[in-house]
Structures are given as C-alpha cells and as structure tokens.
Design a protein around this ligand. Sequence first.
Ligand SMILES: C[S@@+](CC[C@H](N)C(=O)[O-])C[C@H]1O[C@@H](n2cnc3c(N)ncnc32)[C@H](O)[C@@H]1O
Length: 326
Amino acid sequence: MSGTPLGIPAVPPPTVLPTWKRAWDAALYGPDGFFRQQAPAAHFRTSAHVSPLFAAALVGMTREAGLDTLVDIGAGRGELLAAVHALDPALDLLGVEVAPRPAGLHPAVAWTSALPESVEGLVVANEWLDDLPCHVVEVDGEGTPRVVHIDARSGREELGRPLDHPSVPGSLVAWAERWWPLDGAAPGTRAEVGSTRDAAWADVVGRVTRGVAVAVDYGHTRETRPLLGSLRSYRDGREVEVLPDGSRDVTAHVAVDALAHRVGGTLHRQRQVLREHGVTGSRPDAALARTEPGAYAAALATATRAAGLTAEGGLGDFWWVVSRRS
Ligand SMILES: C[S@@+](CC[C@H](N)C(=O)[O-])C[C@H]1O[C@@H](n2cnc3c(N)ncnc32)[C@H](O)[C@@H]1O
C-alpha cells in the first residue's frame, strides 16, 4: 500500500459526490422520487402483473399454513392484492407502499405506508428488496476496495473511502467480508453490499408473530456473484442507462444467500414453488380445440402465462426466501 512520509496510509480526499446508496435513495424515494410518482407496472412487468396464478400460489401458501391474513410489502398499485381478493375474498389484506392508495382498489384491501407492528399471516415482498438502495464498492487500481460515489445527473463515478477507513460503517465492512469479499480481485471488480436489504427484511420478518414471510426477487449466491455488479435501470418497459436521477427505476440483484442466512429462511426457485402449487405451463390437449375452441383458447392463454412465471432464464429463476414462524 502507498503511504505518506510519516508512514500513514494515504487516504484520498473525500469526494463531494453522494455515495451510490444516497443518490439511489433520493432518486427512488426522495420527495420527487421515481416511486413516489410512477406506477411500477408502467415501466416493468413483475410476476404480479403476469398472471393471477402467482396470486393463487400465495393464497394456497396462506391457507395451507392455516392463516387468514396476507400482507404485501412494496405493493405497487395493489395488483397482487386485487388478484388475491378476487380469488379468496375472505382473506384480510394489507398493502404497505410508499405510494398513495390506488384509486379503484377494492375497499376490503387495507393500505398503509408504515410496516405493521406485528403480523399473524403471510407476508410477501415481490421485487421489493432489489429496489432498496445499497452501497456499491469497487476495487481501485491498487487493489483496494473503495466506496463508489456518483453524480446523479451525468453518471460520472468517483471512488471514495477505502473499506478499511474508520468512517466506513462496520456493518457494511462485515457484510462485504463475509458475503461478497473482494480480496485479490482485479481492479474494476464491484460488489453491491446487501446489508441494507438484509436489515430491512429482518425487520419485516421480526414482526411476524405466527406465519410465513416470503421475499421474492432476482438474485445471486456466493457462486454466482456478478463481477461488475448488477445495477440496472428501467423506464417505459425498456432497459436504459443506469442513472439515479429520478427519471427511471434503479435496481440491483439481491444476495439471496446472505438474506436467507440473516432471517433463517430457506431458498427456493420460483419455478419449483409454483409447480408445487400446480402452476405447470403444460399446454391443453389439442383435441379440446376441436370440441370447445373457446375453452381451449382460454386454457392455452393460462398455460402461456404459467410458462412465463416458471421460465428458465426468466421469472422462473427468481428466488423465494421463505421463513416460517409458529
Ligand atoms: C419493483 S416495485 C414492485 C411492486 C409490486 N410488488 C410488484 O410485484 O409489482 C417496488 C415497490 O416497492 C415500493 N417500496 C419501496 N420501498 C418501500 C418501503 N420502504 N415501504 C413501502 N413500499 C416501498 C415502491 O414504491 C414500489 O412500488
């Protein structure tokens, strides 16, 4: 490591740019943040938008566990809860969302911006954690991992404090060392430090007094961490340049093994969970097309959507982190 004449390690002057985490937070959740203005479904498609079969699987899990309440964290515009209500109107439903209650949502669905104190029921968060800002770290030319800062307007990045600097929070350092270590990594290698996601989900799971907590998201495990990180932006249904400027979504995959470890959860692929709940994507018998063309067309549409929810390389690869409390 390079040093000063006194032998004190040289520390770069602090950059005036915000950290990635801070810029990301302002871009999505500041007063004019993306999610305060924009409906997720206008910009990207989640399992909740693809088919009511996703809702049906969650209803099945809720009832199988003997529960009669379902809480959706990061509920978007209530699409999942509306589908759940249509399938099982006797369930008590609550949406937790920073955006206001959507117009037209069935009055039986409760809506709030604050996490409930306690829950006896099934809590689901579909594609919530990937949108929770986290610190980004990059290895510099000398092999030192440093916190990345960004100019939200231009996208210009600067490297700030080294991870071993006393001002860098211990929780960040400990998470990176354990779950996404960068020792010996080539310059430019990056990590997205999932400690904020783990803490947020642990907070939710800690409120479940009896029931099931399910975090559903795209993610990676220690064996599959992306070398350059996984930051992405979406707007109007397309992937666009990554920029925390409030005009687009900013997301990064979730380190699901760290998350499962933190909350004592088990890891499953979405295709596996949905197949266990009868979502197969099998095509209807072609003979039905001749005898009942309308029924055949409907069954084919359902099968197509089921295939979308369970597809390899698509939504089927999503991870479900399932925690049970009895
Ligand atoms: C990617 S969208 C997913 C929406 C929905 N779950 C779906 O599957 O279509 C993430 C949602 O989480 C919401 N959100 C993010 N942080 C939140 C928080 N702390 N409390 C409540 N909602 C939050 C955002 O406003 C956004 O609507």
